[in-house]
Design a protein around this ligand. Structure first.
Ligand SMILES: Nc1ncnc2c1ncn2[C@@H]1O[C@H](COP(=O)(O)OP(=O)(O)O)[C@@H](O)[C@H]1O
Ligand SMILES: [Mg+2]
Length: 398
């Protein structure tokens, strides 16, 4: 700074000090926003001290509370349970990274908070909450017409494609399910809980406590061998598609005594040329039969037992926009825990990661946990050997 200017500033200081202070406060606020860091006090008052009345639900990672910031914005605060061994610095880095993930079909992570041992995530509040609360409660189900369900399927597919290929780093969600699909006031779907594996790498105790395969969304190769690729998300997406069309929850399926799951039921009917029979009766008025038949076929392609046969999300997005009747890919048998999975493809290499976009290209994985997990799986030369996934196993509540 030049000398005359400094003298002038010193002279003017007393006159402007109070407004400067305000300015500095603002700057600090802006800086804090840039950092995406929330103070614990702000979250305590926003959620009325995490009052049970404000609890939206509780999943495998801890409870979620509704809150309101002093500027009127509604938020959802996820309080991570303490068992993760992840260090504060790593958590901070991952949270910052994920806060940069932005897409119309992915819930907005506003920021995070670290307070003592507490780690919290702050999301935008999504007005209609989660798909499970609407789809699996008979009183609410009529709310969703076929057009809306169609748009929800397309939206989830786009969000997932973005997570896999469109953001700065490939994010395998690992926990796509109806309760992680939030719906806004216009029924636009938003994928929630993305990147939890990055924020919350599990320790060994958690690996052991996971009840594998109980929730009905996990790909069989992931449940049984810990093999992880984007195709595990494709599988879970396929389950959500069939749930949206049938109104049935896969994990509590009991519509057909001859079928172990919604997936098997849908496949059997498809093979008999009667796939439309899985349709939710609540769709009777709004259904477009050809479109529904095509979407069932796409759902079945996604849940095939053999991961390489499942389409990528890019291919799914293209298929969803086709004219009904023009889809010529035939689904093979669906996978469910216990079903036989082909673990070797002719010519060697891994079958479970072959063809997964990004997985073979290390440059798409810019940072730690996912990259390590995926490349550990992708580089496995003995795919049939049981291989533990360091972050993917966690308790499943449904
Ligand atoms: N951003 C949000 N806006 C509105 N509701 C939310 C939000 N995040 C989570 N929820 C609600 O809280 C529930 C619990 O969330 P979570 O802990 O992720 O458990 P899970 O997804 O396993 O049910 C969700 O299913 C959803 O109904
Ligand atoms: Mg969730």
């Amino acid at each position: 700074m030049t000398k005359p200017r400094k003298i002038l500033e010193n002279f003017l200081k007393p006159f402007f000090s109070s407004s400067n202070k305000g300015k500095n406060d603002d700057l600090e606020k802006i800086a804090a926003q840039e950092q995406k860091q929330f103070s614990f006090g702000v979250l305590v008052s926003a959620t009325k001290d995490f009052h049970p009345d404000n609890k939206l639900g509780e999943g495998g990672f801890g409870p979620v509370f509704k809150g309101k910031l002093s500027d009127g914005r509604q938020i959802a605060v996820k309080k991570l349970s303490h068992s993760s061994r992840q260090g504060m610095k790593e958590f901070k880095n991952e949270a910052k990274l994920l806060a940069r993930v932005q897409h119309r079909n992915v819930v907005n992570l506003l920021g995070y908070c670290i307070h003592g041992v507490e780690k919290l995530l702050v999301y935008e509040y999504v007005a209609n909450e989660s798909l499970d609360k609407i789809l699996f409660k008979s009183a609410n189900r009529d709310a969703l017409s076929w057009k809306q369900r169609h748009d929800i399927i397309v939206g989830i597919a786009r969000g997932l494609l973005y997570l896999h290929e469109g953001s700065h780093t490939c994010i395998i969600h690992r926990d796509i399910k109806a309760s992680n699909i939030l719906l806004d006031d216009k029924w636009v779907p938003k994928i929630a809980d993305f990147g939890m594996a990055r924020l919350y790498p599990e320790d060994k105790t958690h690996i052991n406590t996971r009840v594998a395969g109980t929730n009905g969304y996990m790909a069989p190769e992931y449940v049984m061998y810990g093999h992880l690729s984007v195709k595990a998300d494709v599988f879970s997406f396929g389950v959500v598609v069939l749930e949206l069309i049938s109104g049935q929850k896969n994990s509590t399926f009991n519509r057909d005594p001859d079928s172990r799951s919604l997936l098997e039921w849908a496949y059997r009917l498809y093979k008999k040329g009667r796939s439309w029979e899985i349709m939710d009766p609540a769709l009777a008025q709004s259904a477009i039969p050809d479109e529904i038949a095509m979407y069932i076929q796409i759902g079945l392609l996604c849940i095939q037992a053999d991961p390489p046969l499942r389409p990528t999300m890019q291919q799914v997005v293209v298929m969803l926009s086709k004219n009904p009747g023009s889809l010529d890919r035939e689904p093979t048998r669906p996978g469910y825990p216990g079903s036989r999975i082909r673990s070797h493809r002719p010519g060697g290499g891994t079958s479970h990661t072959a063809g997964t976009s990004g997985a073979s290209n290390p440059s798409t994985f810019s940072s730690s946990s996912i990259s390590n997990t995926v490349s550990a799986t992708a580089s496995s030369s003995t795919p049939t050997r049981r291989r533990s996934d360091p972050h993917g196993k966690r308790p499943v509540r449904d």
